[in-house]
Design a protein around this ligand. Sequence first.
Ligand code: AMP
Ligand code: MG
Length: 506
Amino acid sequence: MFRLQHRFAQLPHTCFHHCQPSSVSAPQLIAFNHELAAQLGADTRDLNDALLADLFSGNALLPGAQVIAQNYCGHQFGQLNPQLGDGRAMLLGEIITPDQRIVDLQLKGAGRTPFSRNGDGRSPLGPVLREYLLSEAMHALGVPTTRALAAVLSGDTVYRDTAQPGAVFTRVASSHIRIGTLQWFALRQEHDTLTLLADFVIERHYPELLEQTEPNGTRYLALLTRIIERQAELIACWMQLGFIHGVMNTDNMTVSGETIDYGPCAFMDEYKASTVYSAIDRRGRYAFQNQPAIGQWNLTRLAEALLPLLHGDQTQAIELAQTALARFQPHYEQAWLTHMRQKCGWFSTQADDGLRIEQLLTILEAGRIDYTLFFRTLARHAAHIDVQASAHDWQPLLALCHPEAERRDTDQVLSIWLHDWARRCAQEEHRATARSAFMLDHNPAYIPRNHRIAEVIQAAEDDHDFAPFHTLLTILQSPYNEQPNYQAYQQPPKAQQRVLRTFCGT
Ligand code: AMP
Ligand code: MG
């Protein structure tokens, strides 16, 4: 099946616990990502569903698997929780892919581990379907993310607020090492293990540093800087798409720069900078607009954890860490501006682009305009609109203003902005059709909208109907292509369909 290695399990024993999945009563395959399996080196198309369901529920062990739960801690909503760890996730091993990449293979919901505390180690079906759809959608949208390999119904009931069907999710990640993984060893001043772990991260994710740096503080400072850059780039991806992670605790942030732990995350429909969906985020710490600042806060916790590796003298170590952390904001802004220019169809850079984009966001918010639909509509119209365009030409965009928006004159302000946008475009030599095609490649038609996910989960839970799940998955796998049969999936929710709260549900 897969070529597995177990390098993490060779780290000191405080890094993990050995464990075993506990069996489930009636595993039934919901989805299996054969395409991903093939990329990872396994030809699974001829395997029957029953065997796949056994292997990816934990009822049968994959050949060569050595199961462990990883140790970590983390700042949750700003408070340090000194002991977390994989409470319902188990690492089966690290796959060596045909193109010599190394990725982790992990079951989620396969039973209790030594880190489960009071939890049951299980996952309800809803969060499994959600993570499957969200992570595959993010991948197709071009965002670094963990991937979905399999979803299996367990046949058992999981008790949360209500009794729910249980399921097991199989996740593939470039690794599961979190900021909180390094924090755990720093907190206990296990500096030798911290160093081994940092070396592990360098070898796995930043091997170029082995050649570029000497094995001393310089190397770890370079590591910190690279992680800061990757996280800044990741959060810029989220922001340009209107994605809200929802639980940016330090145990939910990878050192690889992949999106991980899809809990109450959601894509915004109407643009509103202060949007929060997560029911547990009562103070809006992880609101849409706060994500870059929270990213920097989390990276500051990482920098603190790495201090002993940066320099023998703490004052100097702090200075070095601060220099690295100062990279975050400019790197983030640069990455964000690059994305937003692409969304606007601007090939060149102009000094006031940032201002123009901020103005647009203010207008979108005032007009309660759907973020994704606005840019997709602009991209479509870019093919036949120029500086001479009249209000009539802009009508499809102006019509996106919400009838109940507080500001009545938003359509006028938007039309002024659109004229300015057209003027800005006209300063470039590109043909309108080329601009439109470029914009269509950077502005998705399809995002995993909350109300669609809710529909899918309800059909699966209430009627054991997985057809809506598979339909949505197929649509989300080609987010930049028009799919004539699925136009309705581009539309924002109607008033009665709106989902205002999302839940971890773990
Ligand atoms: P999360 O909110 O998914 O990031 O999880 C935070 C912590 O709680 C992690 O250490 C998880 O492993 C643990 N956890 C979440 N749900 C469960 C569960 N059902 N059983 C055991 N541990 C859990
Ligand atoms: Mg987590």
